[in-house]
Design a protein around this ligand. Structure first.
Ligand code: AMP
Ligand code: GLY
Length: 416
């Protein structure tokens, strides 16, 4: 059986590692320098993807990144007879339009930050002038590579950000509509789940580290490291999330005529008033996936196809009670501008796994940097402290010029 994964990150490398088994060949498009069978091309180019499916005799496609999902890749491939893991474009709006997600949560009573949506700059400005407390959070409606969220400290900063997004086109069309929302505080938890639209099976919880620098300083990034499980996500919190957030979200999407199948990601904040949704993703998160999948027991393909076929209630899924830590090594300058093409060397055997992301093989077959987040180091151990130590011992063995990483992945979880 031949399987195709669309995407090119460390997450895709982690999924590929889980799907590989005797009798299966796993391809990735465009893949990267660490995934065998990478097929050049663009994951949003429908015709190229369909042509690759035909050429490589693909019988199942895992559509991983946000942009092909939002553009309807699953709808398109399924119309052409290729079953997929992932939601339709209409269901993926839960991520691709924050205004859609907010409206859904408001109408179905799903706990989230209070918010207002604006497409008119004048109305948005008039609204922020009435606010008595700052900070507030301004979010681009559409997909913005994880950079579309700003926390503004006063009226002046709010007005500047609204003009930049709604008038000057920062984030392009994604920022012409904005969501302005209440600033919440509390520990953050990422919960990825498998769902076929009716049955939902949450995976082990994770904690992302989104800021670029130690102690949560510096700009927001796609994620600089993760640990699993997240110690703040107790059984009691999990139960509350299932009742008040997970099941109501699935049911809301069904009632809206766009049932969700695939991996539904809940970005949660555990506030004094209980867990609230910060964001949904219509896909596996990265780098969360890199720490969650190594703890999964069972065959990922069997679970994925059950999501596609609507038979998830028949599948048993369990997670190991070990812990996992992922430290991302990034290019100097990330999430801003960075150089590419820097040679990567690895000294000797690693204790954990290396998940290549923004790196490729040059003409000589050598691994060189090619993206912001270059690779993830993933270690699994009986305790979180051991996993963190093992990951950082491996980090010492990887070298490239300008390598940038956080030194405190897992620290907050260990102190919890
Ligand atoms: P998002 O892309 O929506 O997950 O937002 C990125 C990050 O911004 C989140 O992980 C939070 O740390 C922060 N954030 C988003 N919304 C809020 C909010 N309403 N209150 C406080 N922080 C937020
Ligand atoms: N790590 C968060 C995300 O994948 O969006």
């Amino acid at each position: 059986m031949n399987i195709l994964i669309l995407g090119s990150g460390g997450r895709e490398a982690a999924i590929a590692a889980c799907l590989e088994k005797e009798g299966r060949t796993v391809y990735a498009l465009p893949g990267n320098g660490g995934i065998a069978n990478s097929i050049p091309g663009s994951a949003v180019d429908r015709d190229a993807v369909l042509a690759a499916c035909r050429k490589y005799d693909i019988s199942y496609c895992v559509v991983t990144p946000d942009d092909p999902l939002a553009a309807g890749m699953v709808d398109y491939l399924q119309e052409h007879g290729i079953p997929c893991f992932g939601p339709t474009a209409r269901a993926a709006r839960i991520e691709s339009s924050k205004a859609f997600a907010k409206d859904l949560m408001h109408r179905y009573g799903i706990p989230t930050a209070k918010a207002m949506t604006f497409s008119s700059l004048d109305q948005a400005l008039a609204f922020v002038r009435t606010l008595k407390t700052f900070p507030v959070v301004i979010k681009a409606d559409g997909l913005a590579l994880g950079k579309g969220v700003s926390i503004v400290q006063d009226l002046e900063e709010a007005a500047q950000m609204l003009r930049a997004m709604m008038e000057d086109g920062r984030f392009g069309s994604a920022g012409r509509t904005v969501v302005i929302e209440e600033f919440l505080t509390g520990p953050e938890v990422s919960v990825l789940s498998f769902t076929d639209g009716r049955t939902i099976i949450p995976m082990v919880s994770a904690m992302d580290h989104k800021r670029a620098c130690d102690n949560d300083q510096g700009p927001n990034t796609g994620g600089m490291g993760t640990i699993a499980p997240n110690p703040y996500y107790t059984e009691e919190v999990a139960k509350e999330c299932m009742e008040k957030i997970f099941l109501p979200t699935l049911s809301a999407l069904r009632k809206e005529g766009c049932p969700f199948s695939g991996c539904l990601y809940f970005g949660l904040m555990l506030t004094q008033d209980g867990p609230k949704v910060i964001e949904y993703n219509a896909r596996f998160g990265d780098p969360e996936t890199q720490v969650v999948l190594p703890l999964l027991q069972g065959d990922l393909l069997e679970i994925m196809t059950a999501c596609t076929d609507g038979t998830l209630d028949k599948v048993r899924i369990s997670f190991s009670d070990e812990a996992c830590c992922c430290v991302i090594l990034a290019s100097e300058g990330y999430p801003g501008r960075y150089e590419k093409g820097r040679p990567i060397t690895i000294d000797g055997p690693l204790e954990g796994q290396i998940r290549i992301a923004g790196a490729l093989r040059n003409g000589n077959g050598d691994l060189v940097t090619n993206g912001g987040r270059v690779l993830g180091i993933v270690a699994k151990a009986p305790t979180l402290a051991q996993a963190v130590e093992a990951a950082y011992r491996d980090v010492e063995k990887i070298h490239f010029e300008g390598c940038q990483f956080r030194h405190d992945i897992g620290r907050r979880a260990l102190e919890a």
